[in-house]
Write a protein of this length. Sequence first.
Length: 617
Amino acid sequence: MGQRPKEKDLKGVIPGVMRILGKFSPYIRKQRLTIIGAFFALLIETGLRLLEPWPLKYVFDNILIPAHSNTNIPNSFGLSAVMLLAISSLAIVGITGIGSMAAYLSTYGMSLAVVEVLSEVRGQVFDRLQRLSLSFHQQHKSGDLITRVTADIEKMRLVTVKTALPLLTNIILLLGMLAIMYWLNWELALVATAIFPLLTLLTSKTIGRIRSFAKQHRDSEGVLAATTSETIGAIKVVQVLSLQEMLHSIFAAQNQKSLDEAIASLKLSAALERTVQVLMAIIIAAVLWRGSHVVLHKGLTPGELLVFMTYLKNALEPMRKLSTQVGQIAKATASGERVVELLEYEPNVRDLPGAKKAHPFFGAIQFENVSFGYNADKEILKDISFVVQPGQQVAVVGPSGSGKSTLISLILRLYDPNSGRILIDSQDLREYTLDSLRQQIAVVLQDSVLFAASVQENIAYGKLGATRKEVERAARLANAHEFIMQLPQGYDTILGERGGTLSGGQRQRIAIARAAIRQAPIVILDESTTGLDGASERTVNAALARLTEGRTTFTISHNLRAVQQADIILYVEGGSILEQGTHSELMRLGGHYATLYQMQSIVDNDTSVGDTYAIEA
Ligand code: ADP
């Protein structure tokens, strides 16, 4: 804990930037025309800025000084003084005017390219996030991931447009000034540049530290966002358990940490700026001293010294900014690397090389000595084997935490087994592409998630591109058509977040319609009726019976009465299948299943409520 990431100097920023550029290069290449155009405008802008002090030099050397010293020599252009003055004055306006135009074009062009590139990157990140396996999502906080899609990308956009582009202009400007200064008088230029290595040395160390604070700061912001989103997501639990004080103190500590890191980086940036400023003043004084000497010995004209001094003075601003700009870029690089990290993360459940699109399944499923654990140190499923024929109804029962949902999630290939194989129609399911596998499995969970979209869309999510007719057919099958027609806008009614405007039974029936529309040969029902009242449960059950007819079905249920008719009952406890067979076989066996069944019957008769939580707990 509290370990600081390795400090990096200026050179440390470059590999990061290269890594980001490399990853984004396909999108950057698409924008190359805009980028080249913007760069061209940028060159014009810097060229004109280099010309800025020259009209003044001509006025000085060719008009003012001769006039002042009463030497009536005609100026070197053979123009009258008034003419030269007029041209110089016009040049000042012209240079600034055209320069501003070029600056506008380069900023506009570059912004356009950056926005295009980043919006493609953002789409890519979102896509990747959806495809990364569940184990990835369990290891990463959603708030942190959200920050990467939103704030980190926004930071990159801002910094590229507002910092990287001006930085590029400044670098070209500084190089241009340097070249002209050496051309005018190399000795004086040498004096001016002598101090540069010291400056670089001094700034690079500080910039490295700013960068490392910035990365920590971004990470802390991610943690803050995660805490906030977790708290809001579980607000009911937070309030019921009165966790506000406790969560507030956790949040306050995280907030303080983030603040400290921000202040540390601000302090460093501010100190850096001041140091650069004082060093620049020393250079200017040295050049003035030495320069006057050179002019007196006719090594330079006074106008040229003026150009020299103006360049130096003008160099101060870009130089001063250079340090903060590099600091800013270091911060954005940290953001960029967090985004690239996501893009480079290989999902561990993915299409294997040579994976084929699955044929329409018959629905035969076989587990062969399957073992699995979420973490290396704990096995959740141990040596599971069973065979299911196409169209059979399978019930998975057993105490909470025994591994029922885990077993089912392996069929969906949300995780891969650590050892053993799962076969669908006699082929290892890893030989099928993920999409073609999952498309043939319909799932109804206990708490079905509905999206904040219309009823029609929510059902059609089961089969992308489904027509209204298909949606309606599925809704009828799910006993949902009647109540949907009574909603204010029927199928076009927009549901609230998580379907909050519907009752539990209605939500479930929409979820069943969503599963039905897939016409999938394999159906998974995970506690689909738990939590519904008797009447809702009956309608939902009727819908489920129609949904699963003739399809290989896995039902996880706490209510053993509901699964009596199953062709195979798997009794799971502690990650192993302890018993398997039909209801009558297992009752005859008189083992765990029979005991649980009898206990449930007693409770049911006592309370005449079909709720069996008491036994599970
Ligand atoms: P059931 O469905 O029978 O209630 P689960 O399959 O949900 O059981 O869980 C089996 C075991 O695996 C439990 O001990 C649970 O804590 C653990 N478990 C479930 N999901 C995860 C996960 N994503 N990461 C780590 N452990 C998990």
